[in-house]
Design a binder for this molecule. Structure first.
Ligand code: TXA
Ligand code: MG
Length: 333
């Protein structure tokens, strides 16, 4: 199959919307990561997503809609707390899990009676959703286990020849996936940390539960190997002089013939002297924006081990820690 990359002109967006409506799959940009979309009501179309990604079918997909009115067509009931969340954070990197209506087939939700819904804050995604006029379920547009794609080039690395179309909307602003919150329980529970920090959610709706990221029965996607480049990833715990430990590991790896690189915040790069460093930007937002792109870049540059700096567990830092633990397979130094 030939995979075409489309610039997001109105004509091209309409063309991709037509592909979705007739049961084809299309990769498209969102503010978090690129998604691989299908008409969520069409089982045959949804099956194509699992095939293209090599994704286990018990891992539920997030349904993307253009506005709050469309949520009502899919969610069986909408608690007051969900209305508050949508008013505060949508469009944006928040997915809300509701009880589902039967219009959403089991293949979308991995057999669960709930459905995750989000309104993406990306003009191309919103235009595509409006033109298609159907709810679009979409996981991240990477091969299963690879880092999520944050550019159309990343999507092509994984999906060239496997899907008909990629809409190129440039680099994704946030760079890590949405926060997933389940409102079918009281209090609501955060199932996956992501683009909206937990503190911001607490400020709007008060206390929430936070499900441990190893609680896979609740957020099935979290049990699989994830976000892994070819290189081995080591992730440092956060403490004042973590750079000393990182340098020690780097030097040992180098002596044993490996080709390591350190992922560091730009203002800290000088702490590593002449060692190979890839800077992830000035702050945690930038680190999140660049993480997946830099893991892929490390492979491209031939590094065999990535040592990622630790971050403080606050704000977006908590979401970063979750992704770094997954990418490293839990190899914390
Ligand atoms: O930012 C994002 O969320 C991106 C963009 C494309 O929107 N999508 C994304 O999808 O990250 P995916 O499939 O890679 O991850 C979806 C996560 C999985 O961990 C899955 O288990 C969880 O959301 N999820 C989806 N529906 C759920 C449900 N009904 N109950 C519990 N967890 C759910
Ligand atoms: Mg994913």
């Amino acid at each position: 199959m030939e995979t075409k990359v489309y610039m997001p002109t109105p004509t091209n967006i309409r063309h991709c919307a037509a592909l979705l409506k007739r049961g084809d799959i299309v990769a498209f940009p969102t503010e978090t990561v690129y998604g691989l979309g299908a008409d969520a009501r069409n089982e045959t179309a949804v099956r194509k997503i699992y095939e293209a990604k090599g994704r286990p079918a018990d891992n539920p997909l997030i349904v993307h809609v253009a506005d709050a009115a469309q949520i009502k067509e899919i969610a069986a009931d909408i608690p007051a707390v969900a209305v508050k969340l949508t008013e505060s954070f949508s469009p944006g990197p928040l997915t809300v899990v509701y009880r589902k209506k039967s219009i959403i087939p089991d293949i979308v939700t991995g057999g669960l009676q709930t459905v995750g819904i989000r309104i993406p804050a990306h003009p191309v995604a919103l235009d595509l959703l409006r033109d298609a006029g159907v709810p679009v379920c979409a996981p991240s547009a990477n091969l299963s286990t690879k880092p999520s794609p944050t550019t159309a080039k990343h999507v092509m690395e994984d999906m060239d020849g496997r899907i008909p179309a990629v809409l190129d909307g440039g680099a994704c602003r946030v760079g890590i996936e949405s926060t997933v919150i389940d409102v079918t329980t009281d209090p609501p529970r955060i199932l996956r940390k992501g683009g909206i920090p937990v503190e911001e959610i607490v400020r709007v709706i008060g206390d929430v539960g936070v499900v441990r990221s190893d609680s896979t029965a609740l957020c099935p996607g979290m049990k699989y190997k994830h976000y892994a480049p070819k290189a081995e990833v080591l992730f440092s715990a956060y403490y004042d002089d973590m750079h000393s430990t990182i340098c020690e590991y780097y030097d040992k790896l180098k002596t044993s013939g490996k080709n390591p690189v350190i992922l560091a915040l730009a203002p800290r790069a000088k702490l590593y002297g002449s060692r190979a460093v890839m800077t992830v930007g000035a702050d945690y937002r930038a680190y999140a924006h660049n993480l997946f792109a830099d893991l892929r870049l490390a492979d491209e540059k031939g590094y065999t081990v990535v040592i990622a700096e630790g971050v403080e567990p606050k704000g977006i830092g908590e979401s970063l820690i979750n992704r770094l633990i997954k990418s490293s397979g839990g190899q914390i130094i």
